[in-house]
Design a protein around this ligand. Structure first.
Ligand SMILES: C[S@@+](CC[C@H](N)C(=O)[O-])C[C@H]1O[C@@H](n2cnc3c(N)ncnc32)[C@H](O)[C@@H]1O
Ligand code: SF4
Ligand code: SF4
Length: 404
């Protein structure tokens, strides 16, 4: 049959056919990614044994910004040396840790950040990095991807900068385009306080409309239980959290579990939540001086090189600071270890709800792209890893992380 087609039409048919195949592969990849973020099989081992699941490593205390709510940066300290960071990473891995989260300060200002990511991957860690995004360039993203970075969290609090926080979409939106074909799974996280609340909804919509898993979460107190900024009006905050719970149930890409949204609502209502903090055991932090920290708020003077599995296990206990705890990654990992079937079950159902719209969008896109032989976005919006064009619904697949 094709023998009778004029060469120009034949060429076009081949292009259309291969574009369809390419997009079918991408669709399967997207669906697979919807379920890969939890790293279920690997992490499953850590639900059964006594070894740690994840560690957050401060690769530097230094930061290029000065968010008013933050207590996690200190520009008087030098960057830790690459050799020291590598030594601590080997020790963290020897303890059996599966996932490493590179945090700070601002990790991207460490001069060896790409090499560090590569080293984490060589050691076999699932690797994520949390950044304010200001230093991201197309080149740096390509280098991080090449080094094997799997997950990146960009923190965005507002649409425009304020005196409290400069982390806004004004800076980040133009950079989202750099992730268009990147294998790095991107998600966005914002802090909600009185200053950001009027724009938090817009931050959420902006991320979701581009198909990026997005989350905004309540500001937490400092290690002395003081809030550095006004938290905002309780009723307004509660309404907002309720709306996120509802959207999460509908299958939208709210980048946190329903359990953590419920937990935040309980915090606002001052309700008791039954849980056992696993910080210092299933998850822990290592400071930029190599000190073992139970979590970002509770520090010890012990060096990570001296920590044993027995030391970690001794932290498997309820903690006096649990009431009002705002270290959401610790709460999240603790609930996962305590109630894996419940937490994972709900998350899997929420992600499964996304699949029909992922397929629908992918098919629409296939038809559009095959006929136009182009992957440019007609309305000029920025889309990442396959975006949900124009609508804030949870659609295309970007791998989710869970609290790495
Ligand atoms: C300490 S920062 C380090 C990484 C990077 N500099 C950044 O801002 O993404 C890690 C995350 O903690 C969040 N964070 C800092 N202080 C907070 C607070 N008091 N309440 C809630 N989140 C906070 C930041 O917004 C960011 O998402
Ligand atoms: S950018 Fe990150 S580390 Fe720096 S001040 Fe803001 S929250 Fe803290
Ligand atoms: S309860 Fe919260 S603040 Fe206390 S150790 Fe656990 S994670 Fe840290």
């Amino acid at each position: 049959m094709q023998r009778y087609l004029p060469p120009r039409l034949l060429r076009r048919q081949v292009v259309v056919g291969s574009t369809f195949c390419h997009h079918r592969m991408k669709l399967l990849d997207k669906i697979g990614r919807e379920f890969s973020g939890y790293n279920i099989l690997e992490s499953g081992k850590r639900l059964l044994d006594r070894k740690p699941l994840q560690c957050s490593l401060y690769v530097t205390d230094r930061c290029n910004l000065d968010c008013a709510y933050c207590t996690e940066y200190d520009n008087s300290r030098p960057h830790p040396r690459l050799d020291d960071l590598k030594k601590w990473l080997r020790k963290i891995r020897e303890l059996g840790t599966m996932r490493i989260a590179l945090v700070g300060g601002e990790p991207l200002i460490h001069p060896n950040i790409v090499e560090l990511v590569r080293y984490c991957r060589e050691l076999g860690f699932a690797t994520s990095l949390t950044t304010n995004g200001f230093l991201l360039t197309r080149k740096l993203i390509a280098e991080l991807e090449d080094a094997g970075l799997q997950v990146m969290q960009i923190s965005v609090d507002r649409m425009t900068p304020s005196a409290i926080t400069k982390k806004s979409f004004k800076t980040i939106l133009p950079k989202l385009d750099y992730f268009r074909d990147s294998k790095i799974s991107l998600h966005i996280t914002g802090v909600i306080c009185a200053d950001t609340l009027p724009e938090s909804q817009a931050v959420l919509e902006t991320g979701l409309a581009r198909g990026i898993p997005t989350e905004v979460r309540l500001v937490h107190a400092d290690p002395l239980h003081r809030f550095r900024v006004d938290r905002g009006r309780r009723e307004e905050l509660e309404r907002f959290i309720d709306s996120m719970i509802e959207r999460k149930r509908r299958g939208e890409k709210i980048h946190t579990s329903e359990a953590i949204l419920n937990y935040q609502r309980s915090l606002l209502r001052d309700e008791h939540v039954e849980w056992t903090c696993m910080a210092g055991y299933k998850l822990f932090f290592v400071s930029a001086q190599g000190k073992f920290w139970i979590c970002s708020m509770v520090h010890t003077d012990k060096h990570i090189m001296d920590v044993t599995l027995d030391d970690l296990y001794a932290n498997y206990r309820k903690k006096s600071c649990q009431k009002g705890c705002g270290v959401y990654c610790a709460v999240s990992a603790s609930l996962l270890v305590e109630k894996p079937a419940q937490v994972l079950g709900r998350e899997i159902v929420a992600r499964a709800k996304r699949i029909p719209s992922t397929v629908r969008r992918s098919l629409t896109r296939d038809a559009h792209e095959a006929t136009h032989s182009t992957i440019t976005n007609p309305n000029g919006t920025h889309e990442v890893n396959g975006g949900a064009k124009g609508s804030p619904s949870a659609d295309d697949g970007v791998t989710l992380r869970q609290s790495v």
